[in-house]
Design a protein around this ligand. Structure first.
Ligand code: AHM
Ligand code: MG
Length: 336
């Protein structure tokens, strides 16, 4: 590596600014908004890293709108993102997994963006030191809107950007602004996300499936038949798929993005709409996967075309490599 390469580093901010300047109409607002998201991610990364040392593991003794136990780190991450986003002056509406109602930013600080986010996804894994993450999606207010709930109850194909940050063996931020997908790794020494994975493309097919098989008993026939088909292939030329399931969406999807395969959280007899939330889990991941050349569906409908009816609405999801997801869709068509 030449000295030049070592000093001419591309940070996330530099990269997004360069991309934005290629568009005449760019104001730099999205870059500033992303700066506040980066700050939130760096803060959460630092807390996750030392959670056990500063007594941040365990429950906060609260339940959230979904009736789930809230961890101390969930509370902290949520507060951090709300404060960072609000103070950026670029946000009008926030939707957080941890807050029952949409949060409308006061007039003096109001900007033109709406941000949906899950501040700490997969937090049931925290106490075991397993990867967790933050997921976010970004919309712009509709033309001449003064900020209404209808600005966020829109299909995912209206999002202008989406991303996630994975707190794992390294801290990786994956981002799309609708022009492909890039990955950045946090350099803790300088506190900057550095471009390490430019233009990520998901392999068109891979022999990996990622689903909670403990729910198989409750799956419908299409779902059972699809997973059987990849585990017990009839075609002798095809080998059975490998199973990989961490139970932390960000980590499972990060692997799917880089190695390919299919990730799913299907609907089942217990959870008629699956488990994952449309606005801040399914949509951002679907946008990233599509932008990387993959595919995302509910089984029957393109994920990004779903119209959310409630800010915490859920949907079944299958996403990943184009050919694998198409094959799953064929089963849903056949059994319809
Ligand atoms: P959370 O938002 O309460 O953390 O739940 C979402 C998580 C996802 O990260 C993961 O894909 C899923 O729940 C795992 O659920 P299950 O334990 O039912 O397999
Ligand atoms: Mg979540």
């Amino acid at each position: 590596m030449s000295d030049h390469t070592k000093t001419n580093i591309v940070t996330l901010t530099r990269h997004v600014l360069t991309e934005q300047y290629q568009h005449q109409e760019a104001t730099g607002d999205l870059t500033l908004l992303l700066t506040s998201i980066q700050l939130g991610c760096k803060f959460v990364e630092s807390c996750v890293r030392k959670a056990a040392l500063i007594y941040l593991t365990g429950l906060a003794h609260q339940t959230n709108v979904q009736g789930e136990d809230v961890k101390k780190l969930d509370v902290l991450a949520n507060e951090m993102f709300i404060n960072a986003l609000k103070s950026s002056g670029k946000v009008a509406i926030m939707v957080s997994e941890e807050v029952d109602n949409a949060i409308f930013v006061e007039d003096e600080l109001r900007g033109k963006y709406c941000v949906t986010f899950d501040p700490l996804d997969g937090s049931s894994n925290i106490d075991a030191g397993v990867n967790v993450g933050t997921i976010f999606g970004i919309y712009q207010l509709r033309d001449s809107s003064k900020a209404e709930i209808a600005d966020v109850l829109r299909p995912g194909n209206k999002m202008v950007a989406a991303g996630y940050c994975m707190y794992g063996s390294s801290c990786n931020l994956i981002l799309t602004t609708g022009n492909g997908v890039n990955g950045y790794t946090l350099d803790p020494a300088i506190g900057e996300f550095i471009l390490t994975h430019p233009n990520i493309r998901i392999p068109p097919r891979a022999k990996i499936y990622s689903v909670n098989e403990g729910n198989a008993m409750y799956w419908d026939d299409a779902c059972k038949a699809y997973f059987d088909s990849i585990k017990f292939p009839k075609d002798p030329a095809r080998k059975p798929y490998s199973a990989r399931y961490i139970g932390s969406m960000v980590a499972d999807i990060h692997r799917t993005l880089l190695y390919g395969g299919i990730f799913a959280y299907p609907a089942d007899k217990k959870s008629k709409n699956g488990k994952l939330r449309v606005l801040y889990e399914c949509f951002p991941m679907a946008m990233i996967v599509e932008q990387a050349g993959g595919r995302a569906t509910t089984g029957k409908t393109r994920m990004l075309d779903v119209v959310p009816t409630d800010i915490h609405a859920r949907a079944p999801i299958f996403l990943g490599s184009e050919e694998d997801v198409k094959e799953a869709e064929e089963f849903f068509q056949k059994y319809d």
